[in-house]
Ligand binder design. Structure first.
Ligand code: NAP
Length: 248
């Protein structure tokens, strides 16, 4: 009998998980994407795009597609989908796993200001910063555009649309991952004194390593709270939870 597995996409690990599962006999893999980007990279297996219509819509989808298990691989800051997944899976009686990279942790030498929202970040940079690398995602720029000072270098994969009216800003279109040498050159070349970013987590991050070496302040947003669910930190752990031995 075919086992249907739904992956809620978002992070890189979702692609690795999908491409591994499609090779498992008797498995049908469906990846779900939110549809925020015009030409998304498509994972292996079947793909559906767009919201489900809240927890009830997801529960209906799980029943209609006879989904046996759901793996939530949405970004750590995509908090609504996490709550929807927990509620929808509970309503449909489908087991849910959250696959999430561990958060980055402050290390010796780091000059971190940890904040819970962007208003707190705005207050820190208003008081301490002259030249800021803003790496928060193109849809979350508006709170920073209220400041006359500092100057912002806005790094984004796609152009902000619309771009809030920043008194002083430049756009840098670039897609990571970035090397340590790249980040070191950018931070020194642009005389950056502060980085603002999210605690996305995962492998060592070059901008955080470069900031530590250069004594640059990092204003880092903590992850939003998520529902209590089974969790895995890696793709092999997720495969193990799904019952595939090669995950061990
Ligand atoms: P969100 O606030 O958690 O979700 C908003 C709505 O988008 C959800 O209620 C759901 O609509 C729909 N949705 C989200 N992820 C979905 C998925 N994988 N498949 C189908 N529908 C999905 O998320 P967001 O912050 O807007 O992010 C949207 C997507 O971009 C997520 O998949 C996330 O992984 C990715 N992303 C987000 C960030 C970030 O910093 N927020 C960064 C990188 C990537 P319905 O209620 O209609 O089901």
């Amino acid at each position: 009998m075919v086992r249907n597995i739904l992956i809620l996409g978002g992070i890189t690990e979702a692609y690795t998980l999908a491409s591994t599962l499609v090779d498992c006999p008797g498995v049908r893999v469906i990846s779900s994407l939110a549809g925020r980007t015009g030409t998304p990279r498509l994972p292996a297996g079947e793909v559906r795009i767009g919201g489900f219509g809240g927890p009830d819509g997801l529960a209906g989808y799980l029943a209609a597609q006879q989904i046996a298990a759901v793996v939530d691989c949405t970004h750590p800051f995509a908090s609504r989908m996490g709550w929807n997944a927990a509620a929808g899976c509970a309503a449909a009686g489908v087991p849910l796993l959250r696959l999430e990279r561990p958060a980055w942790r402050r290390q010796d030498g780091d000059l971190w200001n940890e904040v819970d929202d962007w208003q707190q970040a705005v207050a820190v940079v208003a008081n301490h910063s002259r030249r800021v690398l803003l790496a928060v995602g193109r849809q979350e720029l508006a709170p920073f555009a209220t400041l006359e000072q500092p100057w912002f270098l806005i790094r984004s994969v796609e152009p902000p649309d619309p771009l809030p009216p920043f008194p002083q800003a430049e756009i840098l279109l670039a897609r990571g991952p970035f090397t340590l040498a790249d980040e070191h050159a950018l931070l020194t070349g642009q005389r950056i004194d502060t980085i603002v970013c999210k605690n996305s987590g995962g492998p060592t991050d070059a901008k955080l390593t470069a900031a530590r070496a250069l004594g640059i302040r990092v204003v880092i947003r903590n992850r939003p709270r998520r529902p209590e669910t089974a969790t895995a930190a890696t793709v092999p752990e997720a495969l193990y939870w799904l019952g595939y031995q090669r995950g061990v």
